[in-house]
Each structure stands twice: as C-alpha cells, then as structure tokens.
Write a protein that binds this ligand. Structure first.
Ligand code: AMP
Ligand code: TRP
Length: 341
C-alpha cells in the first residue's frame, strides 16, 4: 500500500522524475546498449520525463578484489551515454561519488532498517551460499541504493527483474523512515520492472556478458568487431536454405540495435534463404554495427581523451543534482530535528 507522499517535493509539473542507475564495472557491450543504455537515452528525449542517470560507482566497490574497476570504467560509461545521444537538456547525468548527501541519507535509512531485512537480500545470501566472505559494503548495498533513489525524490525507477527486491526494500525503508518521524518526508518510488529479454551472445548459447567472453563491444576497433562477428555461432544451413531468424544469433544481435529497415531486410532475406547465407548476414551485421556505433568511435575516443571537456559538459547536471540533494537532505534533517546552525 502506498503512503501519503510528502507535500514539498522537487518535481516539475508535467514531468515524471525517472532515476536509473548504471554500474561502471566493465567495458560496455551491445547487450548493455540494448537492455540499459538505449532505453535511458530514449527516455531522455521524452518530454514527459526528467531522467536522472546515475553512474553508481560506489555500488561497484563492494567486491574487494574489484575495487579498482569503477574508477577505471566510469569515463567509458559516461562517454558512451554522451556519444549515443543522451540529452542533457532537461535531464541529468550524475556521478554518485560526487554527491555526499547520498551516504548521509543512507545512514538515516540504515537507522530505521532491521539487520534481518539486509540478511534476506538475494545478493548477500548468494555470496554467503557460494562460500564468499561478503564485505559490509555488499551487506549495506540495498541501503545505498535506496538512498540514491530518495535523495533525488525519484518517482519511477526502471529496473530489471533481478533488482525488484532492492526496489521493494527502498519502499520499505521509506515507509519505516516516514513512520518513525511521524510524517511523509521521503518520496516513495515506483518500480518499473523491465521485461526486456536478454540478448544472446556470439556463442549463440548464453546471454551476452563480458564475463562469458561472448560479448560484442560497442567501440572496439573495426578489425576486432569484424573478428567477433565472424565468430558468431550459426547452424549449418546452406546458402539457399530458408533460415529461422528467431534462432539465428546474427539476426538477434542485429535486431537489438539496428534500424527498422535493416532488421526487416535481414529477416526477409534469411526467411527466403535464396542466395543469402550466414556469411552475408554477418557482413550486413558488420556494416550496421559500423553505421550505428563505428561512425561514433571517434567522438567516443574524443570524450575519453578529454576528461576536462566531459567534466565541463556534466557540470550543470552536477550543480542541479547537488542542489536537489541538498533540498532533500535539509527536509530529512528538519524531520529529525538535527543541527544547531
Ligand atoms: P551488467 O553490468 O551485466 O549487470 O549489465 C548492466 C545492465 O545492462 C543490466 O542491468 C541490463 O539492463 C543490461 N544487460 C546486460 N547484459 C544484457 C544482455 N545480455 N541482454 C540485455 N540486457 C543486458
Ligand atoms: N543495483 C543496481 C544494479 O546492479 C544499480 C543501482 C544502484 C541502481 N543504485 C540504483 C539502479 C538506483 C536504479 C536506481 O543494476
């Protein structure tokens, strides 16, 4: 059951505030583009939405052995969203570790959350069950995530099914906090569970993932892209046999990012079969990858190599985010009667 929401909010009338989190923990691939990057970019062009895209680098630190990864991959993540057309006009790109209000609000949330709630979190339980020694960071992960959301009065949070428990926890924490202080202070977010299917990898077997080594990168050198696409596993149907696009990894990968025309063209040619083998399909996939990502490789490299320029581009976002976070922080501190100045 939803509770009354706070009367003082920071929302813009006519616009829903959507918050999405992206973890900078590996080199991005076409699966990430399909499942996370493109939807956020499309939302940034929707007049009815104000998107806060948060690069959640603190969330990437919870595994001690990978603690250097977020620092390494943040620039690539930010550059990818900018290169592929995320609009900063009425939206923000925020780097989590630049917002000190988040850990402060996380502390308040931790003081209303039972340890048992965190002990039941899937990621923590999985780590225990697989014999790992979870860090306190992993244990506290759901609190930090709830803090990301409430610090910006987020209304809608689109996430995959694997994150639905975290969103339930965020709602629970908001209720616990509001009940503890006796009035609605924090905004309760709505989870929007994404049903996006998982994109298959170049092995034609498992979901595309960097950890399986079956991924197709976005901005790698053309030669590498060609090599990876040529490696895509297909069945042994001949040049003139009709082929099923649904079971063809080349087509599935194309479909995840290509233009409508290119998708319709390959689908038709595969179904008909005549004179269109998997070699042709791979050549078409290489061309389409070059058209969508390859031609932006230079811009991407430019951003990566000009961190100051990227920082400048993101400064207005950062300033707006800090202002917003400061407003919510003050609201929370007032509710707790904290501070003497
Ligand atoms: P990861 O870093 O693997 O957790 O991926 C970050 C996000 O990218 C996920 O939450 C998904 O939204 C998206 N993603 C990653 N791999 C795939 C895939 N194979 N198919 C669709 N979406 C994916
Ligand atoms: N836990 C999310 C994931 O692994 C990332 C995340 C952190 C997030 N903070 C968030 C997602 C806030 C949405 C909103 O994918």
């Amino acid at each position: 059951m939803t509770q009354p929401q706070p009367s003082h909010t920071t929302h813009t009338p006519g616009r829903v505030r959507v918050l999405t989190g992206a973890k900078p923990t590996s080199e991005l691939h076409v699966g990430n583009y399909f499942g996370a990057i493109r939807p956020a970019i499309e939302a940034s062009h929707d007049a009815g939405k104000e998107v806060i895209l948060m690069c959640v680098d603190w969330h990437g630190l919870t595994d001690r052995s990978k603690i250097l990864e977020p620092g390494k991959y943040t620039a690539g993540l930010l550059a990818t969203y900018l290169t592929m057309g995320f609009s900063l006009e009425k939206n923000m790109i925020v780097l989590q570790s630049e917002i000190p209000e988040i850990p402060e609000i996380a502390w308040y949330l931790s003081c209303v959350s039972a340890v048992g709630l965190l002990e039941r979190a899937h990621a923590y339980k999985d780590a225990l069950n697989s014999g790992k020694e979870p860090t306190a960071g992993l244990f506290n992960y759901p609190i930090l995530m709830a803090a990301d959301i409430v610090t910006f009065d987020a209304q809608v949070v689109p996430v995959g099914k694997d994150q639905s428990q975290h969103l339930e926890y965020a709602s629970d924490m908001v209720k616990l906090f509001n009940n503890a202080v006796g009035r609605p202070v924090l905004f309760e977010p709505k989870a929007l569970i994404q049903e996006t299917p998982l994109l298959i990898g170049i092995d034609g077997e498992r979901k595309m993932s960097k950890s399986y080594g079956n991924h197709l990168p976005l901005f790698a050198p053309k030669k590498e892209i060609e090599k990876r696409i040529k490696e895509i596993k297909t069945d042994s149907k001949g040049l003139d046999d009709p082929k099923d696009p649904e079971t063809c990894a080349v087509f599935q990968i194309l479909k995840s990012f290509a233009s409508k025309e290119s998708i319709a063209y390959m689908e038709e040619r595969l179904r008909t079969g005549t004179g269109y083998g998997y070699g042709h399909a791979k050549k078409d996939l290489i061309d389409e990858h070059e058209r969508v990502f390859g031609c932006k490789r230079e811009l991407y490299e430019h951003y990566i190599n000009s961190p100051r320029e990227m920082a400048q581009l993101l400064t207005p976002s950062h300033n707006s985010a800090r202002q917003l976070a400061a407003t919510v922080r003050q609201r929370v501190r007032d509710a707790l009667s904290l501070g003497i100045l």
